[in-house]
Design a protein around this ligand. Structure first.
Ligand SMILES: *[C@@H]1O[C@H](CO)[C@@H](O)[C@H](O)[C@H]1NC(C)=O
Ligand SMILES: *[C@@H]1O[C@H](CO)[C@@H](O)[C@H](O)[C@H]1NC(C)=O
Ligand SMILES: *[C@@H]1O[C@H](CO)[C@@H](O)[C@H](O)[C@H]1NC(C)=O
Ligand SMILES: *[C@@H]1O[C@H](CO)[C@@H](O)[C@H](O)[C@H]1NC(C)=O
Ligand SMILES: *[C@@H]1O[C@H](CO)[C@@H](O)[C@H](O)[C@H]1NC(C)=O
Ligand SMILES: *[C@@H]1O[C@H](CO)[C@@H](O)[C@H](O)[C@H]1NC(C)=O
Ligand SMILES: CC(=O)N[C@H]1CO[C@H](CO)[C@@H](O)[C@@H]1O
Length: 373
């Protein structure tokens, strides 16, 4: 009998423990509202209450070390004398929304240090409430990729949370390549990441890609192999890789200096001064048509095209076909020579006719004069 009872109480206590833990987990996970804020932007930490606004007391606190005061409001006034330095001049309530029970906090210029749990404590004449908000900070990710010598380097700056850098190829390669990655953290706790890989772009038909990702954002930058196009004085079109989705930006460069830039899906683009007379058109897919290329415009052209997920760079070497320019010169020279020939022969003919005419005149004159003598 006693044994039986003991067993029951044991089961009860374990059950009880499980229930308590379950409730605890539930309150923790349900109580915390997750808010994701963009670094340096404005963010709203939500908090609401019900009841009379008269005599309302609002206390916002950051649950980091020392529990710094974020915001205090009572007696119909802000009470910010004891506000922590970290939040000075960066916080506000929506005063016009208080009467609707909205005690949300607006935080401007979000920093990495602002991450963590916040508590919003509110008491009114008839109610009392504590709620928790978990703030996470993130930055957008931008990646740049370059090919220098036999090395492809990839870098990304000012990222949060800590990023990861991975390399891949399309089509996938079984060869594992030597790669090095370095990460550093700046004073503002943001991350800079660099990676490099030894590869020659002319080795294969592969696309090399570098992906930088955080828990929230990711971006890929890719390089196409080098290919060559023979340009001509009259008209040269250089293709650019395209995406299935419409590109968000396009930049054409020659020797790392911009030829033209295009943003958005419209047909507008801006051409640099130096290239105004050479750019004929840019197609919807991004290929560039140039006019009047001479040998000084020989070299590497890059097309950098981006959509939301990826930036793709294609390198093209342009070699100007000398043939065409020579042909033009030869044609012009030939034309001039022919013209001169025609003109001179016409002159010659005219001159000869005149001469003959004169001779005939003098002959008739002498003939007619002969009987006179
Ligand atoms: C807050 O703003 C006031 C007035 O614009 C300025 O005098 C003060 O230095 C600022 N405090 C901080 C910590 O930026
Ligand atoms: C509180 O007011 C702000 C500003 O109008 C608004 O953005 C926010 O959504 C409101 N929050 C709630 C819970 O109503
Ligand atoms: C990454 O590369 C840039 C430029 O190449 C350099 O300024 C920076 O210090 C590098 N960062 C790291 C973490 O190596
Ligand atoms: C790649 O280019 C370099 C320099 O232009 C050249 O020395 C090398 O032989 C090329 N490799 C291949 C596989 O074509
Ligand atoms: C890159 O440029 C070369 C030459 O201009 C072209 O043949 C190739 O198709 C381009 N790559 C893509 C993906 O369009
Ligand atoms: C393109 O440029 C024209 C004239 O400069 C302007 O009126 C038009 O709004 C622009 N379109 C876009 C999509 O920017
Ligand atoms: C593709 C890739 O990222 N390969 C390797 C790069 O180097 C790191 C560590 O050095 C490896 O973990 C990756 O597998």
């Amino acid at each position: 009998m006693t044994c039986y009872r003991i067993r029951i109480t044991r089961i009860d206590s374990t059950m009880c423990l499980v229930i308590v833990m379950f409730l605890w987990i539930l309150t923790i996970s349900r109580g915390d509202t997750e808010v994701s804020c963009v670094f340096m932007k404005t963010c709203i930490l939500p908090c609401t209450f019900q009841g009379n606004t008269r005599g309302v007391y609002i206390h916002w606190m950051h649950l980091s070390e020392g529990h710094p005061l974020v915001y205090l409001y009572y007696g119909n006034k802000d009470q910010l004398r004891t506000q922590d330095q970290q939040f000075r001049n960066r916080t506000s309530l929506f005063k016009d929304q208080l009467s609707r029970g909205n005690a949300s906090l607006q935080l401007t210029g979000v920093q990495v240090q602002d991450e963590g749990r916040y508590s919003c404590y509110i008491s009114t004449i008839n109610t009392e409430k504590d709620s928790f908000i978990n703030l996470k900070v993130h930055t957008p990710v931008k990646v740049s990729i370059q090919h220098i010598g036999n090395r492809i380097t990839c870098s990304s700056e000012g990222i949060y949370p800590e990023p990861e850098l991975t390399w891949s190829t399309r089509p996938p390669s079984k060869v594992s390549f030597k790669n090095t990655t370095t990460v550093e953290q700046t004073k503002r706790q943001l991350y800079n990441i660099n990676g490099s890989l030894i590869a020659s772009l002319n080795e294969s038909d592969r696309v090399y890609s570098c992906t930088v990702s955080t828990q929230r954002n990711r971006r890929r930058a890719s390089l196409r192999q080098l290919s060559s196009v023979t340009g001509s004085f009259t008209e040269t079109t250089i293709p650019c890789p395209s995406f299935n989705t419409s590109p968000t930006s396009l930049i054409w460069r020659f020797l790392n200096r911009a030829i033209l830039e295009k943003t958005g899906s419209g047909s507008n683009y801006t051409v640099s001064k130096e290239w105004k007379q050479h750019v004929k058109a840019v197609s919807e897919l991004g290929s560039l048509t140039l006019l009047g290329l001479t040998s000084e415009k020989e070299g590497i052209y890059t097309c950098e095209i981006s959509n939301v997920e990826e930036m793709l760079i294609n390198y093209t070497i342009i070699q100007i076909s000398q043939g065409n320019t020579y042909m033009t010169i030869i044609a012009i020279t030939a034309g001039v020579v022919v013209l001169i020939c025609i003109l001179s022969s016409v002159c010659l003919v005219l001159y000869c006719r005149r001469k003959r005419g004169q001779q005939e005149n003098s002959m008739t004159a002498s003939e007619s004069g002969e009987p006179n003598i």
